[in-house]
Design a protein around this ligand. Structure first.
Ligand code: SAM
Length: 166
């Protein structure tokens, strides 16, 4: 008989703008997360080629070329989305693109799914942006948002983790 806490399907995690980061493969390799399937995407064909070559033997991991402004996945596909520095990078170019990315992430998450951001942007600016995204209620399309300061890197930049629940 199946245990109560045994998931009946894979947990699907999307890492947006993966570059050549080991975050996705490390999560896929984690024994405690055996039901996890990780999809890495990046717009750089070079990064995608390299990640595919490096991690070809991981059965629950894939890396695809893709655009975070127009994600090639159906609505509600993922349980979790991880973003480490990608929204920060987009914000340097255009606030419009950053908002488009947040709404695409929201679309591909299932209800109750989580969007985890690792960012150098301070909460005052970031929470305003996230609230702005598609908001008519004044709270944005997320049911909950939490942030935590992760400490400072060598160059004394502070890092934050933002967790948004759809
Ligand atoms: C700051 S890097 C972060 C890389 C990785 N997450 C890490 O932590 O090392 C931003 C990444 O986003 C990718 N990127 C930028 N615009 C993108 C877009 N529109 N669609 C998909 N990826 C994009 C870049 O190619 C780059 O790899």
């Amino acid at each position: 008989m199946r245990g109560l806490d045994t998931p009946t399907r894979n947990i699907r995690l999307l890492h947006v703008g993966c570059g050549t980061s080991e975050v996705g493969p490390k999560l896929a390799e984690e024994p405690a997360l055996s039901s996890l399937h990780v999809t890495d995407i990046d717009s750089s064909p070079t990064a995608v080629r390299l990640m595919r070559k490096r991690h070809a033997t991981l059965g629950n991991y894939e890396c695809r070329e893709g655009d975070v402004l127009n994600l090639d996945f159906p609505a509600g596909r993922f349980d979790a989305v991880v973003d480490k520095g990608t929204l920060d990078a987009l914000l340097c170019r255009s606030a419009e693109d950053a908002l488009a990315m947040v709404s695409e992430v929201h679309r591909v998450l299932r209800k109750g799914g989580v969007y985890v951001q690792i960012s150098a942007e301070d909460p005052e600016a970031r929470l305003e942006l996230l609230t702005e995204c598609g908001s008519s209620s004044g709270r944005g399309p997320w049911s909950r948002s939490i942030f935590k300061e992760l400490g400072e890197s060598k160059g004394s930049t502070a890092y934050y983790m933002y967790v948004l629940v759809k």
